[in-house]
Write a protein that binds this ligand. Structure first.
Ligand SMILES: Cc1ncc(C[n+]2csc(CCOP(=O)(O)OP(=O)(O)O)c2C)c(N)n1
Ligand SMILES: [Mg+2]
Length: 642
């Protein structure tokens, strides 16, 4: 193996020179012209001393093809579009192979300023695209930063593939930093909230494990998986006698409910006087929503949407989410589809000194569950919620089971039930219209208030985007769910649900990741961004600017962790201590953060802070123009607490 002089030629260029190539074996497909990185200038010279000791490039053995090049072949075989990452030397081999050998395309390296943002982006991306991104995380410290975001994805049943670095052979670790970032069992800290992990010790094993990881992550219940890529395996030359191959991937078909159970569920639903459908993560892809509509219409049954995914059109007459208590209280049969918390959906809970709960259902209501979540359980983290006493439980994927259930319902429905169903549909349609009307009226309260009401903010936003091909890439619970009350959601990509694990700091990166997925579809991504959430890792705004990710961010800037204001207030109320001091530790004021300046500093178009509601529409309009040109933009809005 040649030891090149440190003459300032990058390794890949060196390899293409006669002196370099002559000593090396057969060359793979290294692109001769690499696509320029957007906004990139000439890279500064390498100076890796701080991280890895004092190697100079003159001492580095040069190999034409290293293990990491082959790893990139494997990754490419999985058709992964992006790798979101904050750089770290434990995966420098993979990093370099992605950008040079792989041509920085499929996957393209997305620069993240925090590992939590990288995983959050992967989370949001998967919710739109229905497939995983790759995240590279530095050994130990990078994985530690990534961990909460991995937990969110785990609770939200979202596929993410994390590749962490490590140096397994202790005799090869450079002092001192590689020791502090190396670990016996790197995936251990994530194992309680991932579906699978592996530590391949050879390239053939890496290939098999990577393909297996993809398959496991994508099989319902979908979840994050972790691979640890040993530094030596990445950086060493591929042995001359290596027999490398990449296994083919055939995704597992999602499990469908047992046919006898499906027939029984249909019998119960058809015979019910008041059947109710409660849905949460029921529609996991584009096909889900039309199936849910078909089932609901066949039964003329109300649909209560818990909002884990974009399940059901908000303006469909059978959409009865806002009347959930009434319908659940009347129900004689309830079908729960991919409910994260069946028990919680049918109970009310009182947060008092003595915590109490009571069922919302009447005695004897039959409960049917179709959910894949029961197919995979872990013990330590308690995201599985309270035990629901269901009568018929199908451990199956709801979306995959719906076609059979719809068939069975249609077959079993006697013609004599037609008029009953029709009457039910008419009653529900009228109630639906009344609910929408009530919301439109409620939205006018405090219409001219300053700070701006969340209803007005959402109405102004809707007025600007309703004629675009839009996608709301944020949660809605912090703005009193006004978008769901006022906007017309009817496409699967128009909503991405919540964080899953309620780990705050998810919102901004998930929005940027979802917008990254929406980019090639030409959709206008819209993010209603809480102030507290953004400040966990605001650097993700720079990632959006740097990679030209079109995303319209509207700051819901209530100058507080308002949820926590309310929590402390509950405690203060219990002791009759007044509310004057509950802002201590819960507000983000004095100084208030100037989000427009923050965004500008991170390279993004911005406006605000806006306190006069009349200024809001024009500001959103200007920002939207920027987004339609392919860039992100932010409008800071001073809002009422909720
Ligand atoms: C990582 C993490 N830390 C703390 C919390 C507790 N928490 C729940 S909501 C919340 C406030 C969020 O503030 P913001 O995003 O501004 O939303 P707001 O409540 O003001 O609408 C906090 C701190 C959490 N859920 N996750
Ligand atoms: Mg807030």
């Amino acid at each position: 193996m040649a030891k090149p002089k440190n003459n300032g030629i990058p390794r890949r260029d060196f390899l293409r020179t006669a002196a370099g190539a002559a000593t090396l074996a057969a060359t793979p497909a290294v692109p001769t012209k690499l696509p320029p990185e957007r906004g990139a200038t000439t890279p500064p010279p390498l100076s890796p001393e701080a991280e890895v000791g004092t190697p100079s490039r003159a001492e580095v053995l040069t190999a034409e093809r290293t293990g990491s090049d082959f790893m990139v072949d494997v990754i490419k075989s999985l058709d992964i579009e992006y790798v979101c990452s904050n750089p770290g030397s434990s995966f420098r081999g993979l990093h370099e192979s992605i950008i040079h050998y792989g041509g920085n395309k499929n996957p393209e390296f997305i620069t993240c300023l925090h590992e939590e943002s990288a995983v959050g982006m992967a989370h949001g991306y998967a919710k739109i695209e229905g497939k995983p991104l790759l995240v590279f995380a530095h050994g130990t410290v990078g994985l530690q930063h990534a961990s909460m975001a991995v937990y969110n994805a785990y609770c939200d049943f979202v596929p993410v593939i994390v590749i962490g670095g490590n140096i397994i052979d202790a005799t090869k670790r450079m002092p001192p930093v590689e020791w502090t970032h190396s670990v016996q069992d790197a995936a251990a800290m994530l194992r309680d909230y991932t579906k699978w992990d592996d530590l391949p010790i050879s390239l053939p094993q890496f290939a098999e494990s990577a393909v297996r990881a993809y398959k496991i992550a994508m099989t319902p219940p979908m979840m994050p998986v972790v691979l640890i890529a040993d530094g030596e395996l990445q950086e060493n030359p591929i042995p001359a006698d290596a027999k490398l191959g990449i296994p083919s991937l055939a995704l597992a078909t999602p499990p469908q409910g047992d046919s006898a159970a499906v027939a029984e569920a249909a019998r119960l639903l058809v015979a019910a006087e008041n059947p109710v459908l409660i849905v949460d993560r029921a529609a996991r892809a584009a096909a889900g929503m039309p199936l849910l509509i078909e089932l609901a219409e066949a039964l003329q049954a109300p649909v209560v949407d818990m909002g884990g995914r974009m399940n059901f059109p908000t303006h469909h007459p059978l959409s009865q989410t806002w009347r959930a208590r009434e319908e659940i209280g009347n129900a004689d049969v309830i079908l729960g589809l991919e409910l994260a918390d069946f028990w919680g959906a049918i109970h009310s809970y009182r947060d008092q000194m003595e915590r109490t709960s009571r069922p919302l259902t009447k005695p004897g209501t039959k409960l049917i569950s179709i959910s894949s979540t029961g197919l995979f359980f872990k013990s330590n983290y308690q995201n599985f919620q309270r035990y629901p006493e269901v009568n018929l439980d199908m451990a199956a994927d709801a979306q995959a089971t719906l076609p059979a259930l719809i068939d069975a319902v249609k077959k079993q429905l006697p013609a004599s039930r037609k008029s009953v169903l029709q009457d039910r549909g008419t009653r529900l349609a009228a109630a639906h219209q009344q609910t929408l009307q009530n919301f439109r009226e409620a939205a006018t309260y405090a219409w001219d208030a300053s700070p701006i009401s969340t209803a007005r903010m959402c109405a102004e936003l809707w007025a600007q985007i309703k004629d675009e091909d839009w996608s709301l890439v944020s949660t809605i619970q912090f703005v009193s769910r006004w978008p769901m009350k006022l906007w017309n959601f009817d496409k699967y990509y128009q909503f991405i649900g919540g964080s899953g694990g309620y780990g705050v700091g998810y919102g901004a990166p998930a929005a940027v990741g979802a917008a990254l997925a929406n980019k090639k579809h030409g959709r206008v991504s819209v993010n209603i961004q809480c102030d507290g959430d953004l400040m966990y890792a605001p650097g993700v705004l720079w990632t959006a600017a740097h990679h030209r990710i079109p995303l319209l961010t509207i700051m819901h800037n209530n100058l507080a962790y308002h949820q926590e204001v309310m929590q402390v207030q509950i405690m203060a109320d219990r002791h009759s201590r007044g509310v004057d001091r509950v802002k201590i530790g819960t507000t983000i004021d004095d100084p208030g953060i100037d989000y427009a300046k923050l965004a500008q500093g991170l390279g993004m178009y911005s406006e605000g802070p806006i306190s006069n509601p009349r200024d809001l529409g024009p500001a959103i309009h200007r920002a939207l123009d920027v987004v339609k040109r392919g860039e992100p933009a932010l409008v800071d809005v001073h809002t009422q607490p909720r």
